[in-house]
Design a protein around this ligand. Structure first.
Ligand code: WT7
Length: 654
């Protein structure tokens, strides 16, 4: 961030104290949280060791919590052994064998209810099938599936025998799949003929065949689930139907006692440049944090129905679908399809039908649903909801308030959870029933998470409103262990900036007078306007607070005098204005931002479009927008773009 400080101009003053009714029944209270904080501060390693003994079932106990001898390749509980799948399944059988583990709804409305006993049996059979196909501990298995229970079964089956899974989001192209298969050196791909999304069939097997046609020599077997019945080619000697693979397999499979540090999975995440990084997670440390946060942040109790809407192709779908809630013995909801299929009430209809009590989604989904109007959620009974969560990007206060009022009926606490693929689980978040919340702030780090904000020299920035680098000062159990096949990139990306002293998240943030964290965006997205360093997110937040704006993305373009000019791409509510109407709205929005944030933040250019370019995970593709704002050629890969047709509009050509 050069020599200049990052300035915060967003000033959100509303505070929402915990709802006393919620607090009365919550698992954690202020005293317990304070005791955990104090314990973690007094003895960081000891705090985590205590939790690891309490919350995980060990086949062989560990004797040392943290091994820092190969820093920054930290190791946790390294001489202990356990099995992740045993922790998520077998251990619940005595008490909750007949409790539903998964409530599934397909896009077409088909439903399944799978108990812990049934899930365990299915995982065992599939684990045996993997072994029968020659898969052993340490082998990489790519999972490219729709959002159906078999995706979780496949992940848990890998965990049971120590195979390292790498889930590739079903919305990715054959090219993206190929790249990930090759990088991981996968021996097997697990896929489906197709899945249902937005009324269409996504032909996954077809894409798999295309990926495998070129350079994926490591792949020996492809297991294919029949889901969409859309017909697909099967290559003799390589491809086998899921049903045939499990047919002769017994419902028992002894979980393998694996080293705590055994890689549980790889998950590829796009870097700011170049090829995706295979983020490698461990077994014990990862599971510990997944389970702990499922209980601490989502307050999960035995009668809860937890719905995290993320696809298993993202880290959120790993930690809060496939692992954390199961380790906590909860009931989860899985939904196959698009959020607005067949209409904008689908999410709320699922909440009503399955009695969802805890609901976790992304701000982009909240904004999209908010845009459709309040009368849609009003048609559904959402009275079972008791807690709401968000993740993925800063939630703008407008959307937060809508979520709070229209979905949560002012009754449900909102947990705005900051974390990353690399952190494995939630790092900064309110503890519901304890932490007062402020719209747009993820509040404070969880106990044992030494998050801080530092300046260019690595000194803590404590002055309210001054931004800096978001860092984690001490290793934590669920941190990534390395980048698969490229440890140097791991060290460079996350540790180099401050000489290995702390983990650098790549986000900018500031703290307010109460010590609350406010994420300002990715460091790379910071604007420098006339020597003021501004977070893009604040300008976006001001824009979406205007009644005519549904979504906004802000980037910088070079400016002779100011250094950088602010270029805003705006998705209007209602029809896209043209001509005079566009000019009038542009003027109005510029004044609006100036009024909200000060003249410094006034956008120089505003362009209207029907949509923003997003990745399948809902992240705005800022590099693409920057190139457009600067009138440059688009060089980056747009194959993962959800809506490629939008580019002409963004360029102002359509
Ligand atoms: C980046 C990580 C972690 C699961 C989903 C995304 C942004 C995430 C928040 C939040 C503000 C957030 C950060 C972070 N982010 N949660 N609550 N408030 N920003 O995982 O794809 O690895 O992205 O998402 O910029 O670094 P991911």
């Amino acid at each position: 961030m050069n020599d200049k400080r990052l300035e915060s101009i967003l000033d959100e003053q509303r505070v929402f104290p915990p709802n006393p009714e919620f607090a009365a029944g919550a698992r954690f209270d202020a005293e317990r949280l304070a005791a955990m904080q104090a314990a973690a501060e007094a003895d960081h390693d000891g705090y985590w060791a205590g939790l690891a003994r309490e919350l995980l079932h060990w086949r062989q106990p560990f004797t040392q919590a943290l091994d820092a001898s190969r820093a920054p390749n930290y190791r946790w509980f390294a001489d202990g052994r356990l099995n992740v799948s045993e922790n998520c399944l077998d251990l619940h059988l005595a008490e909750r064998g007949d409790k539903p583990a998964i409530l599934f709804e397909g896009e077409g409305g088909d439903r399944r209810r799978i108990t812990y006993r049934e899930l365990t049996a299915a995982v065992c059979r599939f684990a045996n099938a993997l072994r029968a196909q020659g898969i052993e501990a340490g082998d990489r298995v790519v999972i490219y599936m729709p959002m159906v229970p078999e995706a979780v079964i496949a992940m848990q089956a890998c965990a049971r025998i120590g195979a390292i899974h790498s889930v590739v989001f079903g919305g990715f192209s054959a090219n993206s799949l190929r790249e990930r298969i090759i990088d991981a050196g996968a021996r097997m791909v697990i896929t489906a003929d197709g899945g249902h999304r937005g009324g269409q069939i996504v032909e996954l097997k077809k894409a798999t065949d295309k990926a495998l046609a070129d350079g994926c020599d490591s792949v020996e077997t492809v297991i294919v689930l029949k889901r969409a019945d859309c017909g697909c080619a099967m290559q003799a000697g390589r491809d086998i139907w899921w049903a045939d693979a499990i047919e002769a397999q017994p419902e028992h499979c002894e979980p393998l006692a694996l080293e705590a540090e055994h890689p549980l999975f790889l998950l590829y995440t796009s870097g700011s440049t170049g090829k995706p990084k295979g983020v490698q997670h461990s077994s014990a440390g990862y599971l510990l944090h997944a389970r702990l946060t499922a209980e601490l942040v989502f307050d999960l109790r035995d009668d809860d129905v937890f719905w995290c809407t993320a696809d298993v192709g993202w880290i959120t779908g790993h930690t809060y679908v496939a692992y954390g809630p199961l380790a906590a013995g909860a009931t989860i909801v899985m939904y196959e399809g698009a959020p607005t299929y067949p209409d904008g009430g689908r999410f709320w209809s699922i909440c009503q039908k399955h009695g969802v009590t805890v609901f976790y989604t992304a701000p982009t989904a909240i904004r999209a649903l908010m845009r459709l109007g309040d009368d849609i959620p009003a048609q559904y009974d959402l009275s079972k909801l008791r807690l709401l969560g968000t993740v993925g990007e800063p939630i703008n206060p407008e959307a937060w308030i809508w979520y709070h009022e229209v979905i949560g009926k002012q009754r449900c606490p909102i947990v705005d959870t900051w974390w990353q693929t690399e952190t494995g689980g939630i790092m900064i978040s309110p503890v519901p029933g304890v932490t007062p919340t402020k719209p747009g702030s993820c509040t404070k780090p969880l106990p044992g998470i030494a998050a801080d904000i530092v300046d260019e020299d690595g000194n803590s920035v404590t002055e309210p409103g001054h931004g800096g680098y978001l860092v984690i000062r001490k290793p934590w159990p669920s941190m990534l262990r390395t980048i698969w096949g490229d440890n140097e990139r791991y060290q460079d990306t996350y540790w180099k900036k401050f000489g290995g002293r702390f983990y650098v998240a790549g986000d900018s943030a500031h703290r307010d007078a109460d010590g609350y964290f406010w994420i300002m965006g990715r460091i790379d997205d910071v604007l420098n306007v006339s020597g003021h360093r501004l977070g893009t997110m604040e300008v976006e937040s001001a824009l979406v607070a205007h009644p005519r704006v549904a979504e906004a993305a802000v980037v910088g373009r070079p400016h002779e005098i100011k250094g950088e000019a602010i270029f805003a791409f705006v998705v209007p509510r209602g029809p896209r204005p043209a001509g005079d109407e566009a000019a009038a709205l542009t003027a109005e929005l510029r004044d609006w931002v100036a009024e909200q944030l000060g003249p410094i933040a006034k956008p120089d250019d505003i362009r209207f479009a029907d949509n923003l370019p997003k990745t399948r995970s809902g992240k705005i593709m800022r590099r693409l927008l920057r190139a457009i704002a600067r009138g440059e050629e688009i060089t980056q890969d747009v194959s993962t773009l959800e809506n490629p047709a939008i580019i002409a509009q963004l360029r102002g050509e359509a």
